[in-house]
Ligand binder design. Structure first.
Ligand SMILES: Nc1ncnc2c1ncn2[C@@H]1O[C@H](COP(=O)(O)OP(=O)(O)OP(=O)(O)O)[C@@H](O)[C@H]1O
Ligand SMILES: [Mg+2]
Length: 256
């Protein structure tokens, strides 16, 4: 399944234009990007700059008008429906701003569902679900439904679910967008641990403290991906980082 050599993600001259009602919005404009295996990459940028569109293209949720997207040695931009479905099951784990848990299922059932969809057997599912909930520090909340959990706890379940099938890539779109800064730091710390175990993590975020956790921050502006080190938000983050020290919070250990 995995190619031993080569980067996890290679995006080459990708453009995505949305056309509707006579207007055309170039959401992603000639973007090229290489993400090495095991990197934790953050993409920042103002609202509408194209972050979600780029993540969707990498995740196989959308197709580019021009350019190529290669993930884990697979040409995502050429996939048919069956290949896309398989890719989303095996290669990519998703974490969304709004957690995306099924409200009628418990924490354990939400994680189990991802394993079941991928065809795992009953015993393996039970063991893996327990392992994952332990990993995110929620073993004692396995039977709780999302409404009985805090936002941060729900997002931890979502991280467990994203990791369920051991994908080599995690795509997180504003994973801390609905969380307070302390809880957000915990989620980023957890993703940091995941990346340290060799999983590639790409997160779009507005979180000004993201630099503390990631290997690299890139900024999008008006559909363009700016060269490393450039961009207003990155400059602002650097200034704040110099000005402030931030209390660190403990994060449960991550084992895979
Ligand atoms: N399905 C669509 N149809 C038409 N235009 C779209 C569509 N999706 C995105 N766009 C436009 O593409 C541009 C980039 O949107 P995108 O959602 O990628 O931005 P973003 O950086 O994720 O913003 P935010 O920080 O608000 O989430 C915006 O101008 C948006 O209006
Ligand atoms: Mg977005």
């Amino acid at each position: 399944m995995t190619t031993p050599l080569g980067p996890m993600v290679t995006v080459t001259n990708v453009t995505r234009v949305f056309r509707s009602a006579g207007t055309a919005v170039t959401a992603v404009n000639d973007v090229s990007l290489t993400v090495p295996r095991g990197e934790f990459l953050a993409i920042v940028g103002r609202s509408g700059s194209g972050k979600t569109t780029l993540l969707n293209l990498i995740a196989g949720l959308d197709q580019p008008d021009e350019g190529s997207v290669v993930v884990d040695g697979q040409e995502v931009h050429r996939f048919n429906d069956r290949q896309t479905t398989e890719f989303r099951r095996r290669t990519v784990g998703f974490v969304f701003q709004s957690f995306g848990l099924l409200p009628l299922l418990s924490a354990a059932e939400n994680v189990d569902l991802a394993l079941r969809i991928a065809g795992a057997g009953l015993r393996e599912r039970g063991e893996r679900t327990r392992e994952l909930l332990t990993l995110v520090g929620l073993a004692d909340r396995a039977d709780h439904r999302p409404y009985e959990l805090s936002g941060g706890e729900q997002q931890r379940v979502a991280v467990a679910r994203a990791l369920a099938n051991r994908p080599p890539l995690i795509i997180a779109d504003e994973p801390t967008g609905e969380l307070d800064s302390t809880t957000g730091a915990q989620i980023f710390g957890m993703l940091r641990e995941v990346a340290s175990q060799g999983v590639t993590v790409i997160a779009a975020t507005h979180d000004p403290f993201v630099m503390e956790h990631v290997d690299r921050v890139l900024e999008m502006s008006d559909g363009h991906l700016l060269p490393e080190g450039e961009g207003h938000l990155i400059a602002e983050q650097r200034r704040r980082r110099g000005d402030e020290s931030r209390p660190r919070t403990d994060v449960p250990p991550v084992r895979r």
